[in-house]
Design a binder for this molecule. Structure first.
Ligand SMILES: [Zn+2]
Length: 323
């Protein structure tokens, strides 16, 4: 299941490197000059990233900033800083390190929403870089609200989080964290959907088990059927996650998981992304998937499409040989 995210950091780097070697794309040729060639954030006063992270993001930072025209070295430095910060953040979030994704509206907005200061300046610098790299952006400001745009967990990562949750000795934490993981990964519930969901909301349609939330009901992803059985047998009648599980409770759960070796940081958005991408990968009919997710239109699926692994061309496994 390691391919579920579709693109790992290493893959995206190599994908990007591969694209730079295309002779039809002269703007990305690596003949950098001046500060673009010598820039190194590891030497700046405040470390923007770990040395190993710079090795990964340097190609895309240099290539995108090199496309700005009419700047002296001093003028380019803020763009190099902004692009480095964006790329390092994207690397840590597991997002594709390619200009078309990095400099897209949703990714810029998601990144800018994480900045404490100078968000407006960084935003305008990144939008200028997008224009220089031919990435089309919306003409209207979309604000700083962070969209639910996150790389999906792999099944192994979800399993690791479930295992961690099951090891918690505090029963309330064990119930709430397991509930969040199951409702997020197996039902695609967003933070707003979790409120008050309990044992009584699990029901059947045509022999398939569903969980209902305020305005829709969603089938449990079969991979987690046994996990749900086990959970329902001990979780009792209390709401799985809580009655008011908005940002506060999920933020508290993020701190319960913290930073542990072998365990990804907890993210409700990444759980939901897992659910969406898993259904896309299994060719779930799109009208059904929209209903499961509570999406009003197909456009809501756009951010997830980048994480679909490419399928093998049919002829790659054709036993009849070429015609
Ligand atoms: Zn139902």
């Amino acid at each position: 299941m390691g391919t579920l995210t579709g693109v790992t950091a290493a893959d995206t780097t190599s994908t990007f490197s591969a694209s730079t070697s295309q002779p039809t794309d002269p703007g990305c040729s690596p003949g950098y000059v001046g500060i673009v060639a010598t820039y190194d954030p590891r030497k700046s006063k405040f470390a923007l990233c770990a040395p190993a992270e710079w090795e990964v993001v340097a190609p895309v930072v240099r290539a995108t900033v090199a496309r700005l025209e009419g700047f002296a070295d001093r003028g380019l430095r803020p763009y190099l800083t902004a692009m480095t910060r964006l790329s390092v953040w994207a690397l840590r979030e597991g997002l594709p390190l390619v200009p078309a994704s990095l400099l897209s509206d949703p990714v810029i907005e998601a990144h800018v929403a994480t900045l404490d200061a100078n968000a407006g300046t960084f935003r305008s610098q990144l939008r200028r870089l997008a224009a220089a790299n031919g990435v089309a952006l919306g003409s209207t400001a979309v604000g700083y609200a962070r969209p639910g745009y996150s790389a999906p967990y792999t099944l192994d990562e979800v399993r690791a989080l479930l295992l961690f949750a099951s090891s918690l000795t505090n029963e309330i934490r064990r119930r709430q964290l397991t509930g969040l993981l199951l409702l997020g990964a197996a039902c695609g519930f967003s933070r707003a959907d979790l409120r008050g969901v309990c044992n009584g909301d699990v029901h059947h349609h045509s022999g398939v088990r569903y969980v209902r939330t305020r305005n829709r009901c969603t089938p449990i992803l079969e991979d987690f059927s046994a996990d749900f059985d086990a959970y329902l047998s001990w979780c009792g009648d209390e709401p799985f996650v809580g009655v008011k599980p908005g940002a506060n409770i999920t933020d508290r759960m993020v701190s319960w998981v913290g930073e542990r070796a072998g365990l990804p940081r907890l993210s409700a958005d990444r759980l939901r992304a897992f659910f969406v991408v898993e259904h896309l990968r299994r060719n779930t009919p799109l009208p059904s998937l929209l209903a499961y997710c509570g999406f009003a239109s197909l456009e809501a699926l756009d951010p997830y499409l980048a994480f679909l692994p490419a399928s093998t061309p049919l002829c790659g496994s054709c036993e009849e040989g070429s015609l």
